[in-house]
Design a protein around this ligand. Structure first.
Ligand SMILES: [Zn+2]
Length: 295
């Protein structure tokens, strides 16, 4: 179940790739144990090949990455570290579906475990640029915000846990347009990720990588196509809703229910905010309509 990547670093490959680091005490620092109770039990079992879990490091506040924290904490008493901003979602998981649902009380179909995780305690908060020293292990915190407001990568002994800064082809193929909180920050994060000196990369999903470059290129190319199409859809004044519908149809998105649709609503807004920042589109409110138009 564990794949060894260094003297004291392993990956737990799975639907969400986790990580195991052996501390000086022989205990385990666990990265992103996964979605739910079952994933939590599996992560503890996998980590047991190395030692007992004493710490959880969370890369970002998405349910599939931190939903298992509660179970791991219950069974091991582990202390939880989480990045600034996203740590609020761990403590109050309702913020995730609420953020997607326009900031409002989300409809009940958006309360499944993929959207609404069990709450996780947070004992320590870290920020990009920090160098953590946990149980004798130095860990560098890399700013990968964009996919979420506070997403971070973790670099330890030349192994780069890169969270969801890139998504594998299989996920891009499935969702067609990947979820994003902020396009401007995400573009900078992709550039930063490419420059990280490391021997192995453990992305949040998909196969482990020797180098993140090709994945950065593939994710960047898709992002450029979505940007281009967003501009196309705003040739005439259009609402964000109409632009999102145009994007979903153009890219053949499988979104067919509230979670699928609302996952991408902020993404549409994120692309518009980025284009607005660049001066490519303007925004006005007219006759009760919020309208975006190419300048
Ligand atoms: Zn994520």
């Amino acid at each position: 179940m564990l794949e060894r990547l260094g003297e004291r670093v392993w990956a737990i490959p799975g639907g969400v790739n986790g990580g195991v680091i052996r501390g000086e005490s022989g205990k385990v620092i666990l990265i992103d144990p996964g979605l739910n109770e079952t994933s939590g039990k599996k992560a503890i079992k996998a980590a047991a090949e190395v030692g007992a879990v004493s710490t959880i490091l969370t890369t970002h506040g998405h349910a599939d990455h931190f939903g298992a924290n509660a179970e791991v904490v219950k069974r091991t008493g582990a202390e939880v570290w989480a990045p600034a901003i996203d740590e609020a979602v761990l403590r109050y998981p309702i913020l995730q579906p609420a953020m997607l649902y326009g900031g409002a009380d989300p409809i009940d179909t958006m309360r499944g475990s993929f959207m609404l995780a069990d709450a996780s305690p947070v004992d320590h908060v870290f920020a990009p640029g920090d160098r953590l020293s946990i149980d004798g292990v130095d860990i560098e915190v890399v700013d990968l915000s964009g996919h979420s407001p506070g997403q971070t990568g973790l670099l330890v002994d030349g192994v780069f846990f890169s969270a969801d800064v890139t998504l594998p082809e299989s996920v891009l193929e499935k969702y067609r347009i990947p979820y994003l909180y902020g396009v401007t920050a995400h573009l900078a994060a992709l550039d930063r990720a490419r420059e990280i000196a490391c021997e192995r990369v453990v992305p949040g999903h998909g196969p482990l990588l020797e180098s993140i470059g090709p994945a950065v290129d593939a994710n960047r190319a898709l992002l450029d196509r979505v940007l281009e199409q967003t501009v196309e859809l705003a040739t005439q004044p259009a609402t964000a809703d109409a632009i999102l519908t145009g994007l979903l149809r153009h890219f053949g998105s499988p979104a067919a229910d509230a979670p699928g649709y609302y996952l991408l609503q902020p993404t549409g807004f994120a692309f518009l905010a980025h284009l607005h920042r660049l001066g490519v589109v303007s925004h006005v409110v007219e006759n009760g309509q919020s309208l975006w138009t190419v300048v």
